[in-house]
Design a protein around this ligand. Structure first.
Ligand code: ADP
Ligand code: MG
Length: 304
């Protein structure tokens, strides 16, 4: 289990985290979300032991994670970290990069493990390609596979799919997170993408204003977003009568006794249209199956 106890951290005078505590169980998948600059990357680096804390302590089971002041070599065998900027060996092949940390004393096992990981990150056709010839997204996949090679107990991922195109992203995500669950690897992912969270994370933590704004299951936070910030992570929303209402919760109905809104804009979203409308003086968003005429009036019902 990872235990983070009352930690505070600042870059010289710039305070980033203030008195933060949380726990992550073995095999659990925790997503860390928050606006850009909220300290997600800093928190991962702290967990990795890259910085010294101003206050507090971090433990993985019985080992304390210490910063550079107390630990000559940054990092621990039980932990791997894939940064937003990954560093690979550009002049060697994908296969060699992934195998770097595997022992040459067991060549068959090394080859098998490398092949398994190449499949997880879908780079079968690039095994013999030199890394410098790969695209940003392909390099990110090599970095992921490399971090997984030695099967760490805990894996820290910073925006792991940010460079990967939409064609690959969905299946890659499923494969990587399935692999982690199968191997019972604890995983902490910093992300701004709800697709990295919904369907994969056991828990999610929202960083805001140096603190933890919320820490719960994605299900609870999606259904009961306590703040507009949390709701905005999941999608378009409105505040109607002081209540957060997602765009998909507003339904167009044929009943003139309901909320009356005037259509301003209609955006095609594939499986629905996102409609921007005026309700009293406020701009609101709702979803519609059919496109709606600009300046027409509609009646809306709030669905729980
Ligand atoms: P996030 O990953 O959530 O976007 P970061 O952890 O990168 O946020 O940054 C948190 C805050 O710390 C920001 O205000 C950022 O400008 C600052 N910061 C990040 N890295 C450094 C650094 N090496 N030195 C000084 N300030 C930094
Ligand atoms: Mg970051």
């Amino acid at each position: 289990m990872l235990q983070v106890k009352n930690i505070s951290f600042s870059y010289s005078k710039n305070a980033v985290l203030n008195n933060i505590s949380f726990e992550v169980k073995q095999g659990e998948h925790l997503a860390i979300i928050g606006e850009s600059g909220s300290g997600k990357s800093t928190l991962l680096k702290i967990l990795y032991g890259e910085y010294d804390l101003n206050q507090g302590a971090i433990y993985w089971n019985n080992s304390q994670i210490l910063g550079p002041k107390f630990n000559l070599v940054i990092g621990y065998d039980f932990m791997k970290y894939v940064a937003q900027e990954f560093d690979l060996m550009p002049y060697t092949t994908v296969e060699e990069n992934i195998g770097t940390f595997l022992s040459n004393f067991f060549p068959e096992e090394k080859a098998l493990r490398t092949q398994e990981l190449i499949k997880v990150v879908e780079l079968e056709n690039y095994a013999q390609t030199k890394v410098k010839l790969l695209s940003g997204g392909q390099k990110q996949r090599v970095a992921l596979a490399r971090a997984l090679a030695k099967q760490p107990e805990i894996l820290l991922l910073d925006e792991p799919f940010s460079h990967i195109d939409n064609f690959k992203k969905q299946s890659l995500r499923r494969k990587v997170f399935k692999f982690l669950k199968e191997k019972n690897i604890t995983c902490i992912v910093a992300t701004h993408d709800k697709e990295d969270v919904l369907g994969f994370a056991d828990n999610m933590m929202v960083l805001h204003d140096h603190n933890i704004m919320a820490h719960n299951t994605p299900n609870v936070l999606f259904k009961h977003p306590k703040t507009p910030l949390i709701a905005s992570f999941f999608g378009e929303f409105n505040i109607i009568n002081n209540t957060i209402v997602y765009a998909h919760q507003l339904i167009v109905i044929n009943d003139t006794t309901h909320l009356k809104a005037t259509v301003k804009q209609c955006y095609f979203k594939g499986t629905y249209y996102l409609v921007e409308a005026l309700l009293n003086q406020d701009t609101i968003f709702f979803q519609s199956h059919a496109p709606l005429k600009i300046a027409s009036d509609v009646f809306l019902e709030i669905k729980e």
